[in-house]
Design a protein around this ligand. Structure first.
Ligand SMILES: C=CC1=C(C)c2cc3[nH]c(cc4nc(cc5[nH]c(cc1n2)c(C)c5CCC(=O)O)C(CCC(=O)O)=C4C)c(C)c3C=C
Ligand SMILES: [Fe+2]
Ligand SMILES: [Fe+2]
Length: 343
């Protein structure tokens, strides 16, 4: 029997510093997130980051935490439940980090008689820290704990026409009747080094103005290309005028160069340039989370107001939007019934 495992990033068990510390320890010790040798990673994460960051992160989590739990987890559960109503195969949900492990998710499916799993990383764009870390861990678990299981992974779906349509519709619906001069597409950043490491040609990605718009097979695994492409395809679909939208990257950590331009500096610049009304959308996340609800909707808004901006519109992620649920259910049904994955 077939079954689906949806996988999102994860959250701490609670917004208390001890739970945030445990969660960040697992997250940041992932070699596909902080991709330096183990000894240096351990020294950096355990010796420096985990000594100070959990307290500050816990304070941020407390500002956005819901009565039912972490927004990212609650919204992912709502998505799973709605999809389950539209597909005939069992749907489970797991998180790459934290207590809702991929191992538990696979076990839930196996307990229901599943022997063929569609592994669905809930990330539109490929990155070492998104799709790759999930598929690698799932394969390790299959070999170690579930040798009889067949696992098929859904690749990044950033350029699929039906995904772009659903995303565009949600942006359009949310902005209907609202006044704004500029729409910023803000994606989670990654260190530039990650882009070079994922370049399968080992020569294409220069992280300049041209590589990501010059056709290359590197783009199948280029996070920067895939982010820029989502902006381009949505802007084409919604017929945005040149100059009325742009792309930036948020949530950088540490001192290495990360993808630019940075979101906080872009918001600052827009405010300084006299933009009074801006909107912001965050298409690297399918569920609202700390990075959208705190970093963008709270901190981003504060920066904009300090720079003289007046109206800051944050567009929700796709969350459990009905068109999004219908699209994911269609992709799943195509796989379960027709043996094909259209994504
Ligand atoms: C597109 C998705 C994500 C990528 C790529 C990504 C890369 C990445 N992240 C960090 C460090 C942190 N990220 C944090 C939170 C966080 N990150 C993502 C998604 C991506 N991260 C999400 C959805 C969240 C929110 C989780 C939630 O519970 O709501 C955090 C924790 C918060 C904080 O202390 O700032 C850290 C740290 C690195 C180093 C990285 C590298 C590629
Ligand atoms: Fe590129
Ligand atoms: Fe992150």
């Amino acid at each position: 029997m077939k079954g689906i495992l949806l996988v999102n990033l994860g959250s701490p068990d609670s917004p208390e510093p001890k739970d945030v510390k445990r969660y960040l320890g697992e997250f940041l010790m992932d070699e596909r997130v902080i991709d330096i040798p183990l000894v240096a990673r351990t020294a950096l994460v355990k010796g420096i980051i985990l000594k100070t960051r959990p307290k500050a992160s816990a304070a941020a989590y407390k500002k956005i935490w819901w009565e039912e739990g972490s927004p990212l987890i609650v919204l992912s559960e709502r998505l799973r439940d709605k999809i389950q109503k539209q597909v005939d195969v069992p749907v489970a949900l797991a998180m790459r980090y934290g207590s809702m492990t991929i191992k538990k998710g696979l076990q839930q499916l196996v307990d229901k008689g599943v022997d063929e799993v569609l592994l669905f990383p809930l990330y539109p764009q490929f990155a070492m820290a998104t799709t790759e870390t999930i598929t690698v861990l799932a394969e390790e678990l299959r070999q170690d704990c579930f040798p009889g299981l067949k696992i098929t992974s859904v690749p990044a779906f950033y350029n699929k026409a039906d995904y772009i349509e659903v995303l565009s519709n949600s942006i359009k619906k949310y902005l209907e009747g609202k006044d704004y001069e500029h729409l910023l597409f803000s994606y989670h950043g990654v260190p530039e080094r990650h882009i070079r490491k994922s370049d399968i040609t080992k020569s294409h990605c220069k992280i300049d103005n041209s590589c990501c718009i010059t056709p290359s097979k590197a783009h199948e695994f280029c996070y920067r290309h895939q982010c820029l492409e989502v902006t381009k395809l949505v802007a084409e679909k919604l017929q945005f005028k040149e100059g009325s939208f742009s792309t930036s990257f948020q949530s950088r950590l540490g001192f290495d160069p990360w993808l630019q331009p940075y979101t906080d500096r872009t918001i600052e610049r827009l405010g300084k340039q006299g933009v009074k009304n801006m909107a912001i959308v965050t298409p690297a996340f399918v569920s609202d989370c700390l990075e959208t609800l705190e970093e963008i909707a709270m901190e981003g808004q504060e920066i904009f107001h300090e720079m003289g901006g007046e109206n800051f519109i944050t567009i929700p992620c796709l969350n459990d939007d009905s068109e999004w649920v219908a699209l994911l259910s269609k992709w799943i049904n195509d796989w379960a019934v027709k043996e094909t994955i259209t994504v």
